[in-house]
Design a protein around this ligand. Structure first.
Ligand SMILES: [Zn+2]
Length: 234
């Protein structure tokens, strides 16, 4: 599987993924279909399968998108989109700790991708066969264990909030500063997703708190933030 993908993909060249396209997910699916499902999807699946990569999924590593009215659809109308978070793949090496996915310790981001992909494949199969799916229920867990040996259905890949805390020492609520064109701005982190949301006090800002204080909202990469020293606080 791993070797097959490395041989066929023009973008994935090793265990550490630095470049990936939707076509790589289609390639990977083709290999799984062939090896694990006896090409069931190629030969018998009448619906539509799409693959996508998301730069905005900062907590989930993968998901499957499908029509709400799945039960009412004919086999030809079935439509699934398997989406993978590129953020989580590209952040794989940002923290030097164990990264367990589906109960299995991974050694690189390609292995993590495969495990996340396998999890979504289990959702796909459950949806296709039963028109509903939940990885919290025994049916899914049995399926995932029997096909892929998964013993759990969650990932412990580094997410941005943890990278902020561990690598940059910042978390939500912290007072931070950052530079734009040499000018220093200070504010409080209100949220951390792909970047940190920093609320900077400004008299004509668009955002107002309960006390009527106004703020401007900035989206700042974590690496650009400096935590303010507590003795500077007034
Ligand atoms: Zn799931």
């Amino acid at each position: 599987m791993r070797r097959g993908l490395l041989e066929k993909s023009a973008h994935i060249t090793g265990g550490s993924i630095t470049n990936i396209y939707q076509s790589d997910l289609a390639l990977l699916f083709g290999l799984y279909d062939q090896i694990f499902f006896q090409s069931y999807f190629r030969d018998h699946f009448a619906g539509k399968l799409l693959f996508s990569l998301s730069p905005r999924m900062t907590r989930s590593a993968g998901k499957i998108i499908y029509p709400k009215n799945l039960k009412a659809l004919t086999p030809e109308e079935e439509r699934y989109e398997l989406r993978i978070s590129v953020i989580l793949l590209f952040s794989y090496e940002s923290l030097p700790r164990d990264k367990v996915v589906n109960g299995i310790k991974t050694s690189d981001s390609l292995e993590a991708l495969q495990l996340v992909f396998e999890h979504e494949l289990c959702h796909l199969i459950e949806l296709h066969c039963f028109k509903e799916s939940s990885c919290r229920r025994p049916r899914f867990q049995t399926l995932a264990f029997n096909i892929f040996g998964h013993t759990d259905s969650c990932h412990q890949l580094p997410v941005t909030a943890e990278i902020g805390r561990e690598k940059y020492g910042i978390s939500v609520g912290d007072e931070v500063s950052f530079l734009i064109d040499g000018e220093k701005y200070s504010g409080v982190i209100s949220r951390i997703t792909r970047r940190a949301t920093v609320m900077v006090p400004h008299k004509s800002g668009d955002f107002q708190d309960r006390e009527g204080k106004r703020y401007c909202k900035y989206y700042v990469p974590l690496s650009m933030l400096r935590k303010n020293r507590s003795e500077n606080r007034k």
